[in-house]
Ligand binder design. Structure first.
Ligand SMILES: [Zn+2]
Length: 421
């Protein structure tokens, strides 16, 4: 599920400032709670090394020693079908072609860049509307939707689409509702995971992305939802009182935190989890002082081929680690507010939506990019060239010594007893 707009109402994406309901607490089907009690099945492709946190039973755990085989791994081409659903109470005002253009090729380009070309998301949009048997208002579509009504929606949609779609050909399923139908609520966009898969064309369908976006939609919203299809967690913070900021954990720095972020490329940790960073591109810092050269995390046509280090990790506990990566104005991060070495904490026992990743702010006294950043407090979080930063609460110091002419950062990391020097 995407996050809400900041309270001051960004207008990016071309729409009007939007108010969204703030009643949401729980995102998942009740059934999901049952399936997440045990970590899903693993495939035998362990990521070695002392910095790889163990995958736990937490929903969308950030542990990455094994891949949960209940999810497709996006390290190849995956085929995604888009089914466009209309309703008998509302003749569509748009065409499937126009709605496809809302999301593609932008979403494929996002993943192409984020994965350095390792993952291709190939869309297969339906050409015609598929009409649902009930009116749009009958389904009572909304954020935190009644599970039974949602099940009726999904059953109706699958039955209506089945004559037109061979579901056995696809890895990802998007059900896109007519944005102009009166019962369609953009707050309800999410991925629905099934404890018992739906069946069509002889295959199990384990999850469906239900899209209820407006036209035009939130920028990067489909990239966010598709991230869940690959077992990535929500990184935003849901205020329990309906007030307050959603972006206190990671700000602009990963699309799983916000579809509106200025630097929405996926964290290096996520790229490691998904198989987009090779093991030799992840540097595990043990204790002592180490100097390393960090290539920019975001794609850069000149530097990508070099295959240098893109992520440094310091294990800080049984279930926690600090990650360091260089964020620069290239690729998916071309609109970033600030550049530098970003530091964040990762926890493998913390479930999706509960803060499994927290960005550490190297400039807690200042804010940046008011009016553009989703959370100006963290917009200047990276450690800049020439700065030395001691991570609060950890024996870790990060000094960004220089930036090479080619654009990489040279960093000195002191961990353990050396950090106090
Ligand atoms: Zn989400």
């Amino acid at each position: 599920m995407p996050r809400q707009l900041p309270s001051w109402g960004l207008t990016r994406g071309g729409g009007n400032p939007r108010l969204r309901s703030t009643t949401a607490i729980l995102t998942s089907l009740t059934a999901l709670a049952a399936t997440s009690l045990v970590a899903g099945p693993a495939i035998a492709e362990p990521v070695a090394g002392p910095c790889a946190l163990r995958r736990t039973a937490a929903h969308h755990s950030e542990g990455l020693d094994t891949w949960n085989s209940g999810y497709p791994r996006p390290a190849r081409t995956l085929d995604a079908v888009m089914v466009f659903l209309s309703f008998p109470d509302s003749p569509p005002l748009t065409t499937p072609r126009e709605l496809t253009a809302d999301h593609f090729p932008a979403t494929s380009q996002f993943f192409e860049q984020a994965s350095y070309g390792k993952f291709r998301l190939r869309p297969h949009p339906g050409r015609e509307w598929v009409e649902m048997p009930r009116t749009s208002t009958e389904y009572a579509i909304r954020r935190d939707w009644d599970a039974q009504r949602r099940a009726v929606y999904l059953r109706d949609a699958l039955a209506a689409a089945d004559p037109h779609v061979d579901f056995s050909r696809f890895d990802v399923v998007y059900f896109v509702a007519d944005p102009d139908a009166p019962g369609v609520d953009s707050d309800a966009t999410k991925v629905v995971n099934f404890d018992r898969p739906m069946r069509a064309d002889g295959v199990d369908i384990r999850r469906i992305v239900t899209v209820f976006e407006r036209h035009p939609p939130d920028r990067n919203v489909l990239a966010h939802e598709t991230g869940h299809v690959f077992d990535l967690p929500d990184l935003y913070h849901r205020p329990t009182d309906g007030e307050g900021d959603w972006d206190t954990h990671v700000g602009d720095w990963d699309v799983m935190g916000s579809q509106f972020g200025l630097a929405p490329d996926l964290f290096g940790w996520h790229k490691w989890k998904l198989g987009w960073l090779e093991p030799h591109q992840v540097h595990c810092v043990t204790s002592g002082v180490e100097r390393l050269t960090l290539e920019p995390l975001s794609a850069d046509p000149v530097r990508d081929a070099l295959g240098g280090t893109r992520l440094a990790v310091i294990r800080t506990g049984r279930g926690s680690a600090l990650a360091l990566e260089a964020r620069s104005r290239t690729g998916n991060d071309h609109a970033t507010c600030t550049e530098g070495v970003l530091v964040y904490e990762v926890r493998n026992e913390t479930a999706s939506g509960s803060g499994p990743v927290k960005v550490v702010d190297a400039h807690p006294e200042t804010k940046s990019c008011w009016g553009d950043s989703v959370y100006p407090q963290l917009a200047d979080a990276p450690v800049r060239t020439g700065e030395s930063f001691s991570v609060p609460g950890e024996d870790v110091r990060v000094e960004v010594e220089a930036r090479t002419a080619a654009g990489a950062w040279t960093v000195k990391v002191s961990a353990g007893s050396e950090a106090g020097e």
